[in-house]
Design a protein around this ligand. Sequence first.
Ligand code: GTP
Ligand code: MG
Length: 347
Amino acid sequence: MKFVDEVRINVAAGKGGDGCLSFRREKFIEYGGPDGGDGGDGGSIYLTVDPQLNTLVDFRFQRHFKARNGQPGSGRDRYGKSAEDLEIRVPAGTFVYDESTDELIGELLEPGSRLLVAKGGRHGMGNAYFKSSTNRAPRKITHGLPGEARELRLELKLLADVGLVGLPNAGKSTLISRVSAARPKVADYPFTTLHPVLGVVSLGPDRSFVIADIPGIIEGAAEGAGLGLQFLRHIERTRLLLHVVDVSSVDPEREPVADIRTVAAELKKHSRQLATRERWLVLNKLDTLAPDLRDAVVRKIRSRLRWKGPLFAISGVTGEGCHDLMLAVEERLRAAAEASQTGESRA
Ligand SMILES: Nc1nc2c(ncn2[C@@H]2O[C@H](COP(=O)(O)OP(=O)(O)OP(=O)(O)O)[C@@H](O)[C@H]2O)c(=O)[nH]1
Ligand SMILES: [Mg+2]
């Protein structure tokens, strides 16, 4: 069971620009004084919180970060330009460790937090700097210093955005394996999943969310039947539930509808909070139905339940409909996050 998202990244700050060795050369001035300027500072690297992010998966696409070097100084007392600092965006709740020493460098808990992780090298001095009353023509300069470089380990304690609920064998673990890197055990007997498993669904940079696979729920679970409802606390803080339903071999006249009601009733017994949480129906194992029957089965379930909410028909085994479902989930989560943000800023 892994509740922690973890990545290793390399950061290298920029080197300071060297000081310049130069003397004024102008017509009619024979011994011009030193005019070599100082270099610029190398860019530093900071981590900052981006409230839109909720996982570290984007670091799978990019692991190496390098800030620019400072420019060297030049003649005529011109300073080199300092390099801009580099900001790396991470989700709130990220803990930052130095990988080689295991030292906790800092934590980024709230929007606005900023942490220096690699300091840029200091600039070198040009020879103009070393001019003095005793040395009017110094040939001395200093070099810019190297920037700090290190390997960081970022850790984020994951909170699930989406919870999978359903009867045992409905195909919850199959679905999470299909859409994320999580690999819970899948088997054709009930209660294969004994502990919640989290997976990160990544649809591209800045478009990811966390999904939780939990054990199946059966009738009487609130009273302790099966594995009980204890594990539901793991999905208490999700925004959305995907209710996975097996529509395969069972009699389409009645079973899926009864199954759906059973799970809904148990959720209600557990907490009002979960019972009223936004819940989408995911009719699974579509591949087992003859193509010309599928529409009818889906329509029948919808009408018998008088279901007004979102409903998807998928196959976790063939993958049919899974990507579209994830896209819709991501869109919904994004809209919810934006709505709560504007709500907050108005408050
Ligand atoms: N044909 C077909 N079989 C599926 C599909 N999804 C899951 N299965 C099968 O259904 C059985 C149960 O799948 P799981 O993913 O373990 O179900 P679960 O909901 O996680 O079950 P528990 O962990 O016991 O609650 C396995 O034999 C799967 O191969 C599907 O889309 N089509
Ligand atoms: Mg399972």
